[in-house]
Ligand binder design. Structure first.
Ligand code: ADP
Ligand code: MG
Length: 231
């Protein structure tokens, strides 16, 4: 079953730039997919359309059975409940503890306190931060902050985890740790789409790789077939 279906999608910004050209892509439940390509080729635009940060100019997008482009603004929360998003710059609440940062993602959906507690502890255990629940973001390393961001993104049990350059601010060893966490999350059943510039990571992971150039898919590599050549 396809979790994501993108059909003939074009995205033209108001400035006149066409970031995505007549693009078709299907992603199945449980896949781990990298999206790579040179700066400005449309990677972020493509994933922003999946969580309705941007709307396509034309074409169809379905995520988990939801017609994303047609979704009314007051129904976007239904889509967002199914998707976790992680960014390069972590985007944590600086004045809140690790625990609070993660719990917040559940509080906005009005979950009961003891249910929130159980889920937060479980997910912090999964990312290896159970002993840091009372720390504040500025007391953590970059890798730890990104693990908090990942915990926050998955605590609600989304079908899809979208990561836009999650290792962009991290050194090589820390990036590897983050990839191990993402692998584990994927093993537990969450579909993952990750945008990255790090072609070493992409080669090592041996997953499906979508190569974009100028808003088009120029290559769709089967798992294990991507070699760290030039783009
Ligand atoms: P990537 O993530 O691959 O670097 P983007 O999706 O951010 O690429 O950008 C693709 C193209 O769309 C670029 O030419 C960029 O300048 C343009 N673009 C991105 N966001 C906007 C926006 N909000 N308004 C206008 N143009 C944009
Ligand atoms: Mg980008």
């Amino acid at each position: 079953m396809d979790l994501i279906s993108i059909q003939n999608v074009t995205k033209k910004y108001k400035t006149g730039v066409t970031a995505i050209h007549d693009l078709n892509l299907s992603i199945k439940k449980g896949e781990f997919v990298f999206v790579i390509g040179p700066t400005g080729c449309g990677k972020s635009t493509l994933i922003k359309m999946l969580y309705r940060e941007e709307k396509p100019t034309s074409g169809k997008i379905h995520v988990g059975g939801i017609d994303v482009a047609k979704l009314k603004n007051n129904k976007v929360y239904k889509l967002r409940r199914q998707i976790g998003v992680v960014f390069q710059n972590f985007r944590l609440l600086e004045k809140s503890t690790v625990y609070e940062n993660v719990a917040f993602a559940l509080e906005i959906f009005g979950a009961p306190k003891d249910e929130i507690h159980q889920k937060v502890i479980k997910v912090l255990e999964l990312v290896g931060l159970k002993n840091r629940i009372k720390s504040f973001p500025n007391q953590l390393s970059g890798g730890e902050q990104q693990r908090v961001a990942i915990a926050r993104a998955i605590v609600n049990g989304p079908k899809l985890l979208i990561c836009d350059e999650p290792t962009g601010n991290l050194d090589e060893d820390t990036s590897e740790e983050i990839m191990e966490v993402l692998k584990e999350i994927n093993k537990l059943g969450t579909t993952i789409i990750m945008v990255t510039h790090d072609r070493k990571i992409v080669e090592r992971m041996k997953k499906r790789v979508i190569l974009l150039d100028a808003g088009r898919i120029v290559k769709d590599y089967e798992p294990g077939t991507y070699k760290n050549a030039s783009y």
